[in-house]
Design a protein around this ligand. Structure first.
Ligand SMILES: C[S@@+](CC[C@H](N)C(=O)[O-])C[C@H]1O[C@@H](n2cnc3c(N)ncnc32)[C@H](O)[C@@H]1O
Length: 296
């Protein structure tokens, strides 16, 4: 299997691919105002949640012509509370408004982007501290307005989620995985992902709540998605020998899963360190493999 793994902005790289050539796009975009992965302009650093939703939708509109008519798009996206971290503001900026050593260290280690949110003034409506912003729902609606057909809102339940220290709400233990298509007839191999019936006789549709443990971090990257989740999606969303694109490749989870399942992977990431981690991970998983990997 020959793969194409490139450093750089997906919006530039995508233009070099043939239109109508991808069977499945599977990805986990940067969430709004959570982390800064590099210093260039990147998704997730928009000034408001509304701008983020518009920008992310525009991003997938750009990718749409490269997805086959019968192709699938799966997007894993989580939510954010407005003002998260605002209470600990002093830790992030000093009296002169400069980023503190504490925040600098956190950024290097976890790519956290705490100072971004509190810059937005509360407006007593959506922008109120403690407000759950419902970003996944806003994004899904915006995608529908842009012509995508939403087929599933899969709940990825994380059974091993560490309890948060919050005392006035429940601990968040899930994220969404939206399944979009371009046309009413599309590739979908349900048989490949069926699970045993409780009676033990025969197989059944696995349903739309998937309980899958989060995986340990790779390097400094704090937002890897679990291989089990990605494999399920690749199996039902693309044919064997098909082409899978991850436009936010990160540490290469989609790549290793696609390879294991005999699909070609095209992966882009704006951060060269992550592509480095992805390449080492691939080499570690498949030491004797002679796949051709084009990189820049
Ligand atoms: C949530 S992470 C993806 C994690 C990945 N699913 C994994 O398992 O490691 C999002 C990634 O998007 C990348 N990114 C952000 N904006 C980008 C852009 N315009 N083009 C390419 N990559 C981008 C970031 O560098 C980051 O690695």
């Amino acid at each position: 299997m020959n793969h194409q793994i490139l450093v750089g902005n997906t919006l530039n790289h995508i233009q070099n691919l043939p239109k109508d050539s991808i069977d499945l796009i599977i990805t986990s975009p940067p969430y709004w105002a959570k982390r800064r992965y590099c210093d260039e302009e990147e998704i997730g650093t928009e000034a408001t949640p509304e701008k983020y939703v518009k920008n992310l939708t525009k991003f997938f509109k750009t990718l749409e012509p490269y997805l086959k008519k019968e192709g699938n798009l799966f997007i894993n996206i989580g939510d954010t509370f407005f003002g998260s971290g605002a209470g600990a503001w002093n830790k992030y900026l000093d009296k002169q408004g400069n980023v503190t050593k504490y925040q600098k260290e956190r950024k290097e280690k976890y790519y956290t982007l705490k100072p971004l949110q509190p810059k937005l003034k509360q407006n007593g409506k959506l922008y109120q501290n403690k407000q759950l912003l419902l970003i996944p729902s806003r994004f899904a609606i915006e995608m529908q307005e842009n012509g995508w057909i939403l087929r599933d809102d899969i709940i990825w339940h994380k059974p091993n989620r560490i309890p948060a220290s919050v005392k006035d709400r429940f601990n968040n233990t899930y994220e969404h995985v939206f399944h979009f298509v371009k046309s009413k007839k599309y590739f979908f191999d349900l048989e490949a992902v069926k699970i045993p019936k409780i009676s033990g006789k025969g197989l059944k549709n696995p349903g739309d709540v998937w309980s899958i443990k989060t995986q340990p971090l790779k390097g400094n990257h704090t937002a890897t998605f679990p291989e089990e989740l990605v494999e399920k999606i690749i199996q039902c969303g693309s044919p064997i020998k098909g082409t899978v694109l991850d436009p936010f490749l990160g540490t290469g989870t989609t790549w290793v899963c696609a390879h294991r399942l005999s699909r070609k992977c095209i992966g882009f990431d704006i951060n060269k360190d992550f592509i480095g981690i992805a390449v080492s991970r691939f080499e570690e998983y498949f030491p004797n493999d002679n796949s051709e990997i084009s990189k820049n």
